[in-house]
Write a protein of this length. Structure first.
Length: 442
């Protein structure tokens, strides 16, 4: 039988499940905080309310937008408009114009206060703080986009932001945009001070970082704070370190092809020795092992057969516990990947440097809200990515009807899934601060 088409005037949305995020936004009262922050004002009476723009920005990202042009995904969605009670929807250029109002001082004040408030609502302490940097390739003439280290696109302009993650709750606490020619440690001290400010009242139980942060001044900074910070930082394989590894003969076997050593090491630049954990993995038994070979000793088979990793720490735990703790830092790479692939962090950029930084900080807060939704509402053992949640939770056809003064969102959902959605709806209605982060969520 030939299929025919007809049209309906009924307003229908493919994103009916987004009503859950609307409830979560209301229950967190984040909009009340945004109203109290020194957000840049709109100069025109015709300008959209900044709170609506920020909420609309989040909803569009959660619905699949990964660049400014994609923000149109919700512009013509009248049901989303009614769910969030917006009079009209902004086009993508309205977002760009608004973010261009943010300067460096605005970003510092607004996002320090916003993230500080957010993490104060989470009842958990002794955080594990992971520091990382990433490369964001740029193809236009964006301010601050310069040639620098870019392994995937050599010679291309890029930005090189610093990011701080709270591993325990799978959230991001700080994001600073930097020029593409910045070294990993550039502006690190101010960044870390600002990160501690955003986590005011919380204890940093452990700081982990890769070899990009291996620097004498960083180690001294962490050790000499009024409240010293425990750290595990991967070491760079400079020649003195390689020689120290070559001299080490005492290893403890952990498993087939993997051994660990616990020793003290003093770099020529240091004023005192520090604890060093060396892990070597036999290449024949562990061909995918991470680490570096000791190229200085290519003629000696004993060194050619292994890949080495070195960690500098001030912890007094066993060597294996330190190694295990550091390996969990790899989850930071997953967070960066998700921010780029699911939340468009790699693509939301405009010509103005601080406008891009403002947009990306709102992307990060949108990520945190989604992480909160996963842990507080879904409470699943597996932390599903946003691209999975889109089709499992949010992509539900829906339309709105009225019954007297009541507005009813009609969801097109199979019978066997209705009780599941009602459970999520109930959970969002019952949500309140503080959020108690439980270990089984991690």
């Amino acid at each position: 039988m030939e299929l025919k088409i007809e049209f309906t005037d009924k307003e229908i949305t493919p994103w009916g499940g987004m009503v859950l995020m609307k409830q979560l936004i209301e229950k967190t009262k984040i909009n009340e905080i945004l109203e109290r922050l020194p957000l840049p004002a709109q100069n025109s009476n015709r300008g959209y309310n900044p709170i609506q723009l920020i909420n609309n920005f989040w909803v569009s990202i959660w619905s699949g937008a990964s660049r400014f042009e994609h923000l149109e995904v919700t512009r013509m969605d009248k049901v989303i408009q009614k769910i969030f009670r917006w009079k009209q929807m902004a086009g993508h250029k309205s977002f760009q114009r608004y973010f261009k109002k943010f300067g460096q001082a605005d970003n510092q004040r607004v996002f320090t206060e916003l993230f500080n408030w957010f993490f104060k609502q989470i009842k958990f302490d002794n955080y594990t703080l992971d520091l990382d940097s990433t490369i964001m390739t740029r193809y236009g003439n964006q301010q601050g986009a310069k040639k620098g280290y870019n392994p995937k696109k050599p010679g291309r302009n890029s930005h090189h932001p610093l990011i701080a993650f709270v591993a325990d709750v799978r959230m991001t606490v700080n994001f600073w945009l930097r020029s593409g020619n910045s070294y990993t440690t550039n502006n690190f001290y101010n960044f870390l001070e600002n990160t501690f400010e955003r986590l005011e009242g919380k204890t940093i139980g452990l700081l982990r970082a890769d070899s990009g942060f291996y620097d004498k001044k960083i180690l001294e900074y962490l050790e000499n704070r009024t409240k010293p910070v425990n750290y595990i930082i991967a070491a760079k394989f400079y020649r003195p370190l390689k020689l120290a590894i070559a001299r080490e003969k005492t290893y403890l076997r952990l498993d087939d092809g993997i051994e660990i050593s616990d020793t003290m090491y003093q770099s020529p630049e240091w004023e005192k020795p520090r604890r060093m954990i060396i892990v070597r993995q036999e290449i024949n038994l562990r061909p995918k092992a991470t680490g570096k070979q000791l190229r200085l000793f290519g003629e000696e088979e004993v060194y050619k057969n292994y890949r080495y990793s070195c960690l500098i720490t001030n912890l007094s735990l066993s060597a294996k516990m330190i190694w295990d703790a550091y390996r969990n830092r790899a989850d930071a790479e997953n967070r960066i990947k998700e921010l780029k692939e699911d939340f468009g962090a790699d693509s939301f950029n405009v010509e103005n440097f601080f406008a891009t930084e403002a947009a990306l900080n709102f992307v990060v807060m949108g990520y945190n809200l989604m992480s909160l939704f996963r842990q507080a509402i879904l409470q699943t053992k597996t932390q599903q990515q946003l691209k999975t949640l889109r089709y499992r939770v949010f992509a539900i056809g829906a339309y709105i009807t009225k019954n007297g003064n009541d507005r009813i969102l009609k969801l097109s959902l199979a019978m066997k899934r209705r009780s599941w959605f009602e459970g999520l709806w109930s959970s969002t209605n019952l949500f309140s601060w503080p959020f108690v982060a439980l270990k089984e969520n991690f």
